[in-house]
Structures are given as structure tokens and as C-alpha cells.
Design a binder for this molecule. Structure first.
Ligand SMILES: Nc1nc2c(c(=O)[nH]1)N[C@H]1C(S)=C(S)[C@@H](COP(=O)(O)OP(=O)(O)OC[C@H]3O[C@@H](n4cnc5c(=O)[nH]c(N)nc54)[C@H](O)[C@@H]3O)O[C@H]1N2
Ligand SMILES: Nc1nc2c(c(=O)[nH]1)N[C@H]1C(S)=C(S)[C@@H](COP(=O)(O)OP(=O)(O)OC[C@H]3O[C@@H](n4cnc5c(=O)[nH]c(N)nc54)[C@H](O)[C@@H]3O)O[C@H]1N2
Ligand code: SF4
Ligand SMILES: [Mo]
Length: 710
């Protein structure tokens, strides 16, 4: 008996409880983690009842997130590819020396632009900031970009043009509960942000109406009073059509337009051609439904339009976002209580990740790398001559497409993205990765991108490090350390510092903690659009987050934007006359169906993490292609059959899910799997001209039944 009770005592006394956040999406649920350090790594995660965003709720990914920490497949030592092609364990010094020597040699041979880095919206603000600094000062290359280009770039471009600032939601999520009309446009919140549904249900209970626009009748659409089911890629035409009807029905707010906006006359002329019958032909949405939607939005005392990746991941995504903003401005809704336009940010730090300089054209604080004043401001903080800062580099897909001897990029360092799975035209990206002289993947797991890597560097995970994240509301929160990282694992910050030293830039990378990096980030963003200068770790802890902009330590932060002014110099919002244009690839005789992509509740992005969590893998072991019963009959397939889906880029065999919830002209599959199950083998790498967002949501395919053995 005695040994047992003393053991129990030991377990109890070694428990530590930490308030932190889920590793995955932009909702950044507050969680409480309990580390029973002496109990074979058992670690509990439960939702934090007091965190004001998720209020005690969480999704299955959050509940199972601790499984990533002690996972048997975790990368725990550096690895270098040996002569026989196998990855062999190496000491840190050996691996870092190897990487640095190769980088220096390639830079000497091919110039600095031959080196590139790829970042992520999964990285903390501190890492985002350092990755941009590392690329510019240690690699000395213009070529740094990140997976937010695949995620937030269209919404960012639209908001910057219209409002002069880009913060996903201009209000806290709790405002959703009080709006009288909520339009979710191409966002499947029930699966992608499950705990946000508490605010959406509260909105309904408060008498509000919900409208959903999605080519599929998703769980989110099922909760709606009105579901519009447009043809993929027709959102801009639909939004312009709604504005046409608003003009026709005299629903626009002329006083607001005169007082707070510029450019309405050009827009009015542009939307004259979006007659409802024409819009019905382009979108498949009836005139009656168009009218219902615009009346709900316009006549409600408060209304919100929130967009997801559906309309944004298109080769006209930035213009489509502008068409949404045009509509909400014309109705006089933006900046009024419980009203406005917002985009639902995706990745854990999808917001902060787009502000602090890991983007090819950007410097910290949302500064522009081609603006002389912005360059000078950052050069002062970094202690360099502005001339030492490279120019703007290539966007994510263009960067990956330039890998190898033809494109000229010889070395790539990847931090936090599984580009081989997540990029459009994935087979091309796979080939380009394989043609690199040096591929370094820094990750906690050996994902598909690591398959051709020369060096793998193991990194600490969310519960093993500290740093700030900025959630979908623009609230800066603190990721806290729950337990130490495994002994042979480093944080991304340590890797930046150690590599920078070996590349001769060590004096710019003297940090001993994430908080020190944050203090530099605060100085670098002072006076900039995304001003974090008044935020401290301590202030975040005391207030459960601080909303940027926050320009001084005394400043309480800014939960709501636009009540008085927009962020263009004259304080007014700008309308933009935008026109519908077809998707880059439309169905034709050879490839007769639309193909679109999205997500399952159980998996996260490329699946590099969630496919390793047994509960999630059991719940959703494979991707299925959704087929409407009429189309299934035409193709001669039933539930569970194998369907070969082919585009001009490649072919994938999916098992079939026959569902009445999809349009009969459209196939849908999730992109969470790699290799031969990768939806991105099919997608088209057409890019938006402004945001450089790939068209993940529309391409043309053909399909035929195959036997299991094929
Ligand atoms: N479970 C889960 N949650 C996640 C993620 C995850 O991978 N899994 N990822 C996170 C990230 S990074 C992101 S960006 C967000 C994304 O969150 P969402 O934007 O909600 O996700 P998606 O499923 O990509 O796309 C939303 C919807 O767009 C629809 N759609 C497809 N084509 C079109 C179109 O042409 N027009 C319109 N209007 N709709 C279209 C799809 O049917 C889909 O239901 O989710 C975040 N949360
Ligand atoms: N067809 C199609 N393709 C899409 C989309 C779509 O809707 N359809 N959506 C796009 C969108 S919105 C996104 S956001 C992308 C996402 O797709 P990816 O860019 O592949 O992102 P993840 O799958 O989240 O990959 C993250 C990797 O980073 C690692 N990681 C996590 N945290 C850290 C960290 O702190 N440091 C380091 N070094 N590594 C870390 C994880 O282990 C994992 O291997 O996919 C895009 N691709
Ligand atoms: S994945 Fe998103 S919604 Fe789910 S628990 Fe994590 S932060 Fe919350
Ligand atoms: Mo995303």
C-alpha cells in the first residue's frame, strides 16, 4: 500500500496547469492544459470557460491536440540525407553547419535571390517577424513568402484597398450575437470554426436572420433561413447583382455614402449591367432569392457580411471581396453597431502572420517594402542602411514554381507549411521541390514536403514555447509554455538565431526569449498600420488579450474599428468598380464538371498534424468526393464506389459520397490528404492579379467509375 499512495502523492504534486491556446485555427480557443509530468506524459486539454471567445467550447481537434506532443512519429533529432538517400540522425551543430555552408556556397554561385524561405500563418508573431528579418538580413534575399498567400491574401487586398487597413473582423466575435442579419459567404463555420456557432445560434435566438451562400448545403447552410447555392466562381456577379437590386429598390444609404465614402458614381455605373435575370444566368440564384437576401441585409437595423475562403480563393478573389465591401458600404452598414464586413481568418495566427513581414512585399507592422519611408523606419530599428533591404520578392506559388535550375531558386527553407500538399497543381510543386540543391524543412513531423528534404530540423510545438498570436478578431493573445520541449528539439527562434550567426548576421539576432523579440516587434510597428507598440505580455495576461491597433502602453486597444473614420488619409472608405469575369478554367466538353475543395471538421489543412491523431483518423480516414445523386446516376456510381477524377493537371481516385447537398454540376473534395489522394493534384494554379491567391475553389474535371483495384 505504502508505495502506491506515495506514487499518487507524487503525481498530484507534479501537476501544473497553464492557460494557453489551441494550436490550430484562428479561433484560438482558450484552453487549460494540465501537465502530469511524472505520469508518462499524460497531458489534459480542456476548454477555458472564462476565455471570452470560445467560452468553454472547443472542437474535436482542440480536444485531441495534446496527442501531437508525445507522438511516436514526432521528429526529435535533426536529420541529414546521407549518400544512399536515407535520412540519418545528426548533431545540431553538424546539421546547422551543413545548411549554412550550402547556403553560403549557393549564394556565392547564384546570387542572394537563389535562396528562399517559406513561412506560415501557424507561426507566432515573433517568428513571423524574425523569419522576415532572417530572409532579408541573413539570407539577404527578396524571396520570402508564406501560406497565408493561399489563405488571407484576397481578403487582405480587398480590405486594404477599401478601408486602408486589414483586420479580419473589425469587431469582437461576440458582436455576432447582436446583429439582426448575418450573411456568411462561402464560409462553412459549422465545420471550420465550430465554437463560433454559439454566437450564431445566439444571434438566431435574439431574432436575427442567417443567410448562407455556398454551392453546397453545408451544416452551416442548414442552420440558415436562406441558402443561396451559386455556381462556383460566380460570387462577384451575385454581389454586384445584390447591389443592383439595392439601387433599384432604393435600399442604399445616400447620406452615409456622401458622408463617409469616395467613388460611388463609378460603382453605380459599373453595376448597371447586373440585371437580376442576367445575374440569375451567371450564378444560378433566382431573382426572388437575390431580392430576399438584399432586403434582409438592407432592412435589418444591423447587418454583417462575413466571407470565408469560398469566394476568396479564386483568381478574382480580391475583386470579389471588394464587391462585398461595396455592397455593405452602399447599404450604410460599415462602422455601425453590430454591422459591417469581415473575413473569417483561417490559421492560428492568420491575422498576425499577415502583418509582420514574412510576406514578399511587406515589412513589419503592415509596412510596404517598396515605400521609402517604411524602409527607413525598419532600417532604423534593425540598425542597417535602408539600401541593404532587398526589394519585393515572389508570391508563394510563383516562388515554388521558380524552384530549381530553370526558375533560379536553388535553396528553400520551410517553416510551418506542407507545400507539397497545400499548393495548387501539387505535382508541379513536388517536381520543383525535388529539383532543389538544398531543401530544409523545419517541423515537428516528417510531412510530405519533407520527403525530398536534404535536412530536417525538429522544432518545439505549441505547448513547449511562448509567443503571441493574433486571433480572427485582431485580439493579440499569449501562447504560454506548458512543459519543456524534448531535449534535442529547438524553437524556430533558436534556429533563426543559430543559422543567422553562421551566415554572418549574428549581431542582428541576439535574442534569449520570445518576449525580447516581441519588444523589438513593438518598436518596429510603432506608428505603423498594425501598431503593436502598446502591447506587452503582461497586459495580454491581465486582459485576456489586447486588440490592435494599440499605440501606447496606456492605450486599452481597439476592439472596434471604423465607428468614426476609415484608415485612408482622408478618413473615408473607397468604393471600387469591379466586374465579374469567368474563372480561369470552366467546364467544357472534355472536362464537363466543376471541381471545388474545402475542409472536414476533423482534419486541419494539409493534415500533417491531424492525420496522425488516431481519434481524428478513425473519424475521417480518407477523403471522399461529394457527388449529387443525379450526377452519380449519370456516372453510374453509388456510395462507396471509386471515382477517377481527372483535370488537365492530374488524376485522383476518390471513394464516392452521394449527397443531395451539392450542386449536380459540381464535385467537392477536401484537401487534407497528400500523395495519390491529394485534391491539389487537380487544382489550377491560376492566380489573382492583385493578391496572387490561387484558384483553389474552381477548376474543370471529368470523372469515371473505376474498379477498386485500379
Ligand atoms: N476543421 C477545420 N477547420 C479549419 C481548417 C481546417 O483545415 N479544418 N482550416 C482553417 C483555415 S487555415 C481556414 S482558411 C479556414 C477556412 O474556412 P472556410 O472558408 O469555412 O473553409 P472551406 O471549407 O475551405 O470553404 C468554405 C466553403 O466554401 C464553399 N465554396 C466552394 N467553392 C465556392 C464558391 O465558388 N463560392 C462560394 N461562395 N463558396 C464556395 C465550400 O463548399 C465550403 O463549404 O478554416 C480554418 N479552420
Ligand atoms: N485545394 C485547396 N488547397 C488549399 C486550401 C483549400 O481550401 N483548397 N486552403 C489553403 C489554405 S487556406 C491554407 S491556410 C493552406 C494550409 O496548408 P499548409 O500550408 O500545408 O498548412 P498546414 O497543413 O497547417 O501545415 C503546417 C505544417 O507546419 C507545421 N507547424 C505547425 N506549427 C509550426 C511551427 O510553429 N513551426 C514550424 N516550423 N512548423 C509548424 C505542422 O507540423 C505542419 O507540418 O492550404 C491551402 N491549400
Ligand atoms: S481548431 Fe479552432 S475551433 Fe477547434 S479547438 Fe482549436 S481553435 Fe478552437
Ligand atoms: Mo487558411
Amino acid at each position: 500500500m505504502a508505495p502506491r499512495s506515495s506514487l499518487r502523492l507524487k503525481i498530484v504534486t507534479s501537476e501544473t496547469t497553464t492557460h494557453t491556446h489551441c494550436p490550430y485555427c484562428a479561433f484560438q480557443c482558450g484552453v487549460v492544459m494540465t501537465d502530469r509530468a511524472d505520469h508518462a506524459g499524460v497531458i489534459d486539454v480542456r476548454p477555458d470557460d472564462d476565455f471570452p471567445v470560445n467560452r468553454g467550447q472547443m472542437c474535436i481537434k482542440g480536444f485531441t491536440s495534446a496527442a501531437l506532443l508525445d507522438h511516436p512519429e514526432r521528429l526529435t533529432v535533426p536529420k541529414i540525407r546521407g549518400r544512399a538517400g536515407r535520412l540519418l540522425p545528426a548533431r545540431w551543430d553538424t546539421a546547422l553547419d551543413f545548411v549554412a555552408e550550402r547556403l553560403l556556397r549557393l549564394r556565392e554561385l547564384h546570387g542572394p535571390a537563389a535562396l528562399a524561405a517559406f513561412g506560415s500563418g501557424a507561426l507566432t508573431n515573433e517568428k513571423t517577424y524574425l523569419l522576415g528579418k532572417f530572409a532579408r538580413l541573413a539570407l539577404q534575399s527578396p524571396n520570402v513568402d508564406y501560406n497565408g498567400r493561399y489563405c488571407m491574401s484576397s481578403a487582405a487586398a480587398g480590405q486594404n484597398k477599401a478601408f486602408g487597413i486589414d483586420r479580419g473582423l473589425p469587431f469582437p466575435v461576440s458582436d455576432i450575437a447582436h446583429t439582426k442579419a448575418l450573411l456568411l459567404w462561402g464560409a462553412n463555420c459549422a465545420e471550420t470554426l465550430p465554437p463560433i456557432m454559439q454566437w450564431i445560434f445566439a444571434q438566431r435566438d435574439n431574432g436575427g436572420a442567417l443567410i448562407v451562400v455556398d454551392p453546397r448545403r453545408t451544416d452551416t447552410a442548414r442552420a440558415a433561413a436562406l441558402h443561396l447555392q451559386p455556381t462556383p466562381g460566380s460570387d462577384l456577379a451575385l454581389a454586384n447583382g445584390l447591389l443592383y437590386l439595392a439601387l433599384e429598390e432604393k435600399l442604399i444609404d445616400t447620406a452615409y455614402i456622401a458622408a463617409r465614402t469616395d467613388g460611388f458614381d463609378d460603382l453605380r455605373r459599373a453595376v448597371l449591367s447586373y440585371h437580376p435575370a442576367h445575374v440569375e444566368r451567371l450564378t444560378g440564384v433566382s431573382t426572388q432569392d437575390q431580392l430576399k437576401a438584399v432586403r434582409l441585409l438592407a432592412e435589418a437595423p444591423s447587418s454583417m457580411l462575413l466571407s470565408g475562403r469560398g469566394p476568396e480563393q479564386q483568381s478574382k478573389g480580391a475583386d470579389t471581396v471588394l464587391s462585398f465591401i461595396n455592397l455593405m458600404l452602399a447599404l450604410g452598414k460599415v462602422g455601425k453597431p453590430y454591422s459591417g464586413y469581415g473575413c473569417l481568418t483561417g490559421q492560428g495566427n492568420g491575422q498576425g502572420g499577415r502583418e509582420h513581414g514574412q510576406k514578399a512585399d511587406q515589412l513589419p507592422g503592415y509596412r510596404h517594402i517598396e515605400d521609402a519611408e517604411h524602409r527607413a523606419a525598419i532600417a532604423r530599428v534593425w540598425g542597417i542602411d535602408p539600401a541593404e533591404l532587398p526589394a519585393k520578392g515572389k508570391s508563394a506559388y510563383e516562388l515554388l514554381d521558380a524552384l530549381g535550375p530553370e526558375g533560379g531558386i536553388r535553396a528553400l527553407l520551410v517553416f510551418g507549411s506542407n507545400v507539397a500538399v497545400a499548393s495548387p497543381n501539387a505535382l508541379n510543386v513536388e517536381r520543383r521541390l525535388a529539383s532543389l540543391d538544398l531543401l530544409v524543412v523545419c517541423d515537428a513531423f516528417v510531412n510530405e514536403t519533407a520527403r525530398d528534404a536534404h535536412v530536417l530540423l525538429p522544432v518545439a510545438q505549441f505547448a513547449e514555447e511562448e509567443g503571441t498570436m493574433t486571433n480572427l478578431e485582431g485580439r493579440v493573445i499569449l501562447r504560454q509554455k506548458v512543459r519543456p520541449a524534448p531535449p534535442e528539439v529547438k524553437t524556430d527562434i533558436e534556429i533563426f538565431c543559430e543559422l543567422a550567426r553562421r551566415l554572418g548576421a549574428g549581431r542582428h539576432f541576439q535574442y534569449t526569449s520570445a518576449e525580447q523579440v516581441f519588444d523589438e516587434l513593438r518598436r518596429a510597428t510603432a506608428g505603423a498600420r498594425a501598431d503593436y507598440s502598446g502591447i506587452t505580455y503582461d497586459k495580454i495576461r491581465r486582459n485576456r488579450g489586447v486588440f490592435w491597433p494599440c499605440p501606447s502602453v496606456e492605450h486599452p486597444g481597439t476592439p472596434r474599428l471604423f465607428a468614426e473614420r476609415f484608415h485612408h488619409p482622408n478618413g473615408r472608405a473607397r468604393f471600387h468598380a469591379v466586374h465579374h469575369r469567368p474563372a480561369a478554367e470552366l467546364p467544357d466538353d472534355a472536362y464537363p464538371f466543376y471541381f471545388t475543395t474545402g475542409r472536414y471538421k476533423e482534419h486541419y489543412n494539409s493534415g500533417a498534424q491531424t492525420r496522425r491523431v488516431s481519434k481524428l483518423e478513425e473519424a475521417k480516414p480518407e477523403p471522399k468526393v461529394e457527388v449529387h445523386p443525379r450526377l452519380a446516376a449519370r456516372l453510374g456510381v453509388v456510395e462507396g464506389d471509386s471515382l477517377l477524377v481527372e483535370s488537365r493537371r492530374g488524376a485522383v481516385t476518390f471513394r464516392v459520397a452521394v449527397v443531395p447537398s451539392i450542386r449536380p454540376d459540381t464535385l467537392f473534395a477536401p484537401f487534407h490528404w497528400g500523395g495519390r489522394k491529394a485534391a491539389n493534384v487537380l487544382t489550377v494554379p491560376a492566380l489573382d492579379p492583385t493578391s496572387r491567391m490561387p484558384e483553389f475553389k474552381v477548376c474543370a474535371v471529368r470523372a469515371r467509375r473505376v474498379s477498386e483495384s485500379n
